[in-house]
Write a protein of this length. Structure first.
Length: 119
């Protein structure tokens, strides 16, 4: 089991930046990939970005491509989401997730951190 704790959310103006962090503990050696998802009020949870630990391959949703950057620090078991050029439509609760294998899906989730972008 992997425990995930997000931090770094807050209130920012349109065009601003934030960096989210996700610290993993527990069976972190078994992680295949980690990702960020988000859920806006009244909407379903949507994928934002993913990173594979081996090779560091990344993948982004079209809505954030070119504005958000996902990165990881193996030594700290931490994944980051650098968000720039934020828009009001980026307002959501952001969740960190971990996948133990390429076929398991994301089975461990954090509690979420609120990001609010004011217009």
């Amino acid at each position: 089991q992997v425990q995930l704790v997000e931090s770094g959310g807050g209130l920012v103006q349109t065009g601003g930046s934030l960096r989210l962090s996700c610290a993993a503990s527990g069976r972190t050696f078994s992680n295949y990939a980690m990702a960020w998802f988000r859920q806006a009020p009244g909407k379903g949870r949507e994928f934002v970005a993913r990173i594979r630990w081996n090779g560091g391959g990344t993948y982004y949703a079209d809505s954030v491509k070119g504005r958000f950057t996902i990165s990881g620090d193996n030594a700290k078991n931490t994944v980051y989401l650098q968000m720039a050029s934020l828009k009001p439509e980026d307002t959501a609760v952001y969740y960190c997730a971990a996948a133990p294998s390429s076929v398991s899906g994301f089975t461990s989730w954090g509690q979420g951190t609120q990001v609010t972008v004011s217009s």
